[in-house]
Design a protein around this ligand. Structure first.
Ligand code: MSP
Length: 512
């Protein structure tokens, strides 16, 4: 079995500071990267910034800055956010790096040599904000301004000489590719949208611009810069040192296992990207998952709408793990989700402080008083003990399936159920009444500690910082977390001295 796993986030436009939507893409990707790592995969996790194109050039001009200096500044805020979000990325790519330009030029040359690119003239609508071309049927007139129907961004008329990619030639081959790889696009609803778009007919795609110069030049004609999406998508290859196909990174990790993206950029990833790659004889990625949007009210959060929530502010007020937990649990993955302070607070109080934090604190406090703060000896498990402990081995294959199918909500629902069950177990077993039957009391403590260990391993990809504090008391360090050990009911060794645990999550007091 191939134990390498390559996962990517979209690369972000450093046109303005990062917002919650960006944080969401990154946190979800980090969740999968960590989950796969503890399942024994050699994971390569990539994120970065998408720095060329007219959108960035204009944003720099507005600030009267050189575009590269402008990108240096804002790209750094994205890199800093990766640290603040505790992302476990292996690389952070910037499309202004020379390693990237080399890959893009190489891909372009192959496409040109294969006759997939030709010179002509583009005339049509373009949205600088989306860096996308739109047909007449994809735009509408709102109060005298032409806008894209799907994104709501302003479009402008462009007429210039341009290179075109023969996308129309790839229509049937793309359909064949989707049929052969039914899980290439997820979720299913998005896949259907893409397929019907492709079936409705693909036009050749303009892949160069002449009217500005902030980008990678077409190798054979320096008057043109390469279309920013062809440039940007190639980041997934350039980070693996493509075109050096004998490079270890490339050999181990291409094709990518999962491009995690927002639904707004599905067309680029699920149509253009595999078409470019198939045309260049490079294997397409295995999967593209289009997640939903984080809404503010009922609108997509975006800089142009002026309704952005600052992840740093939320983290400053509530902490990182609560935000990670909230975004992963409360947004139904694949759909849009509305985030609010009220929902975030109730999630912290009920799930994190009451359910998980309280379970850890009360069991450890009981150990402190009754088992010398050590893992006690376990006696024979009763049916009740076995029933709750075995839930993890019983659901093990499902949990792996959820991880492989990006069923985030099923994965986290299992955790929440187990947290309730563990608290209920400890209440029902009433170890405080068993002080005369030391063997039974110790077994209850043992079972409760095992349950904490198991559920914490499942929580690690979601709330890594807090989970590591809990795993630390069992002597488990980050590099040694092994997902498979959730099946083991006798993992903890008798006599192991438990470490102290500070309060994990403070309850938010509500002033009604
Ligand atoms: N630069 C391109 C991606 C190139 S990938 C080869 C881009 N950048 S972006 O900064 O505009 O968006 C990056 C990601 O953030 C996208 O996946 C987008 O869907 C996501 N989000 C931006 N706003 C969002 C929300 N309000 N909610 C959730 N995610 C959204 O597109």
């Amino acid at each position: 079995m191939n134990k390498n796993y390559y996962i990517t986030t979209p690369i972000y436009y450093p046109s303005a500071k990062p917002h919650m939507g960006h944080a969401y893409s990154s946190i979800i990707a980090d969740f999968f990267a960590r989950l796969k790592r503890i399942q024994g995969f050699n994971v390569y996790f990539l994120t970065g910034t998408d720095e060329h194109g007219q959108k960035i050039q204009r944003a720099a001009e507005e600030k009267k800055m050189d575009p590269l200096l402008f990108c240096d500044e804002i790209s750094k805020t994205f890199r800093d956010l990766s640290d603040t979000l505790n992302l476990s990325n292996n690389d952070f790519i910037r499309t202004t790096e020379s390693r990237h330009a080399k890959s893009v030029e190489n891909l372009w040359n192959i496409l040109e040599e294969k006759g997939e690119i030709y010179l002509s003239k583009y005339s049509g609508w373009y949205s600088v904000s989306d860096e996308a071309f739109y047909t007449e049927s994809e735009i509408e007139d709102l109060d005298g301004t032409k806008k894209s129907i799907t994104s709501g961004s302003k479009v402008e008329w462009v007429e210039e000489e341009s290179y075109f990619f023969r996308l129309s030639n790839w229509q049937d081959k793309l359909i064949e590719f989707y049929n052969k790889n039914p899980d290439f696009i997820l979720p299913e609803t998005r896949k259907n949208e893409v397929i019907s778009f492709v079936k409705s007919g693909l036009k050749d795609l303009s892949v160069s611009r002449k009217s500005f110069n902030w980008g990678i030049k077409v190798p054979s004609n320096k008057d043109h810069v390469i279309y920013v999406w062809l440039d940007a998508l190639t980041n997934y290859l350039s980070a693996l040192n493509y075109p050096n196909e004998s490079d270890e990174l490339y050999k181990s990790f291409w094709p990518a296992d999962l491009h995690l993206i927002g639904k707004d950029i599905l067309r680029f990833h699920a149509i253009y990207w595999p078409a470019f790659l198939l045309a260049a004889d490079i294997r397409p990625p295995k999967r593209v998952f289009g997640h939903g949007w984080i809404l503010s009210g009922d609108e997509k959060m975006s800089k142009s709408k002026g309704n952005i929530l600052d992840p740093l502010e939320i983290i400053g007020n509530y902490g990182l793990d609560p935000l990670r937990y909230y975004l992963i649990k409360e947004v139904s993955f694949g759909n849009d989700g509305n985030i609010s302070q009220e929902k975030l607070e109730s999630c912290i109080n009920s799930d994190l402080a009451n359910n998980y934090g309280n379970l850890c604190q009360r069991v450890l406090a009981f150990c402190d008083k009754n088992s010398n703060f050590e893992v006690p000896d376990n006696n024979i498990f009763t049916d009740d003990d076995k029933l709750i402990l075995d839930e993890y081995s019983k659901h093990y294959d499902n949990l792996i399936k959820y991880s492989d199918n990006q069923d985030v909500n099923l994965y986290i629902n299992f955790i929440v159920e187990q947290l309730f069950a563990a608290n209920k177990y400890f209440n029902d077993q009433e170890p405080w009444k068993k002080k005369k039957d030391k063997l039974r009391m110790n077994t209850i403590i043992y079972v409760a500690l095992e349950l904490i260990r198991k559920v914490t391993i499942l929580l690690y990809p979601i709330i890594p910082g807090s989970s590591l504090k809990v795993l630390e008391i069992f002597g488990i360090k980050e590099g040694n977390i092994n997902f498979e050990t959730i099946k083991d009911n006798n993992y903890l060794k008798k006599g192991h001295k438990l470490g102290k645990l500070d309060i994990l999550f403070k309850k938010i007091e509500k002033n009604d």
